[in-house]
Design a protein around this ligand. Sequence first.
Ligand code: NCD
Length: 497
Amino acid sequence: MNLTNRSLVTIDDLSDGEIEALFSLADEMAESPADQAGLCQGKIMASLFFEPSTRTRLSFEAGMLRLGGRVITAVDIGASSLAKGESIADMARVVGSYADIIVIRHPWEGAARVVADYAGVPVINAGDGSHEHPTQTLCDLYTIRKEGRAIKGLRIALWGDLKRGRTVHSLIYALARFGATILFSAGAGLEMPEHVLRKLTTEYAYKLTEVKTLDGEVKRGLFPLDAMYVTPDSPHQLAMLSDISDINIQIQGVETLKKHGIDAWLHYNVSENEFEIKLKRAEIDTLYMMRLQKERQAPAAEGQELKKGYPVVDKKLLRGKMFEKTLVMHPLPRVDELACEVDADPRSMYFKQAAYGVPIRMALLAVLLGAREVTIPEEEDSLIPKIDYPVYKRDSGVKCPNRNCVSNQETEVRYMKPEFKIVSREPLTLRCIYCDHELHPQFVASSDWHQGKLENKKYHSADSQFGRKIRPANLIVFASEDEARTQQFKPSSHIRP
Ligand code: NCD
């Protein structure tokens, strides 16, 4: 496949082979930056940053300038016509006629996809709300690779605000594709969203196992006792990796954890009749921190509460045996979760991660603009075969449950219909194509009602035998029974109380 003129909205827009090829090109860019100055001469990059940014914006702009291109910028919604109520689609069409490539950061989830749909030029997502930040993932994986570590089998702990941190969302999809073992250790109330975990299991065949302490507490220095543990469950995309002997892992208890070099013991809780796994020691290859995404928390008070139990990386923690060879990573900016006293520690990677932003983004801009070619023969690549889910798109019916999704915004609903992938029928699960949030409608009907007679215009429970049988092309879903009735559907006998 060829990367010219493509957009990068989610990390899944790049195959594993393309990611590797971009890394090789970034090596080249870093080695001889002066030789790249003619590559994008005459090209213009529009840099639209409608949320604060230092590293991402400046490394994109520096990258484009180093490639000999030019940059036009808009950095404040208040100073653009979006403040006058202009839609993102209109803005995209216009900017696409001024620039050869668009880099966009926007607070709404799914905004970058809309820009990519309308701009007519390649679009790069530089962060859309809490959804994704794929170019940060490229910097993260590149850093790990530059330190001589393989992603396959890497034991990586993701720590902090996993709920709203967009960098970790893109990162885990890529880690899963390359076969890493991931430990989630979220701050209290900041756990990885359900839809992200589900995507891990449905798209990447990962298996989730919860590992809890008996008292439910995360004790300082005893890392990580309260965690979600994720491992590859099936061979899926490990084809490019030579050693695939430890695939098909089933976490069934201590033995499997031991197989991964994680020392653990089982504890049987008599009153709950439950087995729990305690970790004695877990050597962590990489510790990836996130700051609390304060600006995305609803009320200010909530931010204060969440801050209380927030994990901190400092010298004392890194003295632990399990961190001996740990790469400490952070997309930055940091606040209180990462002590300055560890900056000089050779395990600290975050300033390198930020510096790699320039060669990585140079490589990406050059290939999307067609100034350099990266073509990976399909048969040699290992893109996870995208599951071809049926699409649900109708005028009436359900909305994305995520209020921050671009499809729910006043300026966008004028021209845009909510759109979902039907990812499961049991239970019926629709995934928003813009932000990946999911919903489970309870009531359904068929647009092909029996003999077209109005008296046969019936709705059913989604999980009834009849409801499950409706073909995707005919499926109509309702948020409630009231809505079904408003649309003149009558209850069928397939309604569960
Ligand atoms: C991150 C972002 O904007 O999502 N920063 C970055 O791009 N390097 C992380 C953050 O803001 O916490």
